[in-house]
Design a protein around this ligand. Structure first.
Ligand SMILES: [Zn+2]
Length: 165
């Protein structure tokens, strides 16, 4: 690693510690030439390939923005959303791929969102999966009804009966 102070082409790692639940490594480095210290952070690459073909780094914030919109007016709190975005990232990283299609991000959001709030899920799915007719909604709702209730219990801590409507 090149020293950012004097551009010397080598540096020595003096400390290394995991951060962000071990998904990242922060290293403290020292330049043998000028003696300055600096930090680097190592994180596994996760790029999203957009429909245009361009790539951009995965962003939990972008997941949050999309999901937050679908959850408007629903009994879902910000902590639930943050946790959902974290699960989405874990799912995507567990594929071991460095590049993932934007569509797969949408797919990875659907399952945890369904557990969190079924109405928000339907809203999200209707946009994301291009529901074109009432039948699409009916089909999806039938699927939701057929789901084992255990997957619903395992999700949000405080599910009020009202959101079964
Ligand atoms: Zn230096």
């Amino acid at each position: 690693m090149i020293c950012p102070f004097c551009r010397h082409d080598d540096s020595r790692v003096v400390d290394s510690r995991p951060v962000e639940d071990g998904t990242q490594i922060r290293r403290r480095r020292e330049c043998p030439e000028c003696g300055q210290r600096f930090s680097t952070q190592e994180v596994a690459l996760l790029n999203i390939i957009k429909r245009s073909g361009a790539t951009e780094p995965f962003s939990r914030e972008k997941v949050l923005v999309g999901v937050r919109k679908a959850c408007q007016g629903r009994p879902v709190n910000e902590d639930d959303l943050v946790l959902l975005a974290q699960r989405v990232e874990e799912t995507l990283r567990s594929t071991g791929q460095a590049e993932i299609e934007a569509q797969e991000v949408g797919m990875a959001i659907l399952a945890p969102l369904r557990e969190l709030d079924e109405v928000a899920y339907l809203r999200y799915a209707s946009v994301y999966r291009n529901f074109a007719s009432l039948e699409d909604f009916e089909g999806e709702i039938a699927l939701l009804r057929a789901l084992p209730s255990s997957t619903k219990v395992a999700s949000s801590s405080k599910k009020s009966p009202e959101n079964k409507a």
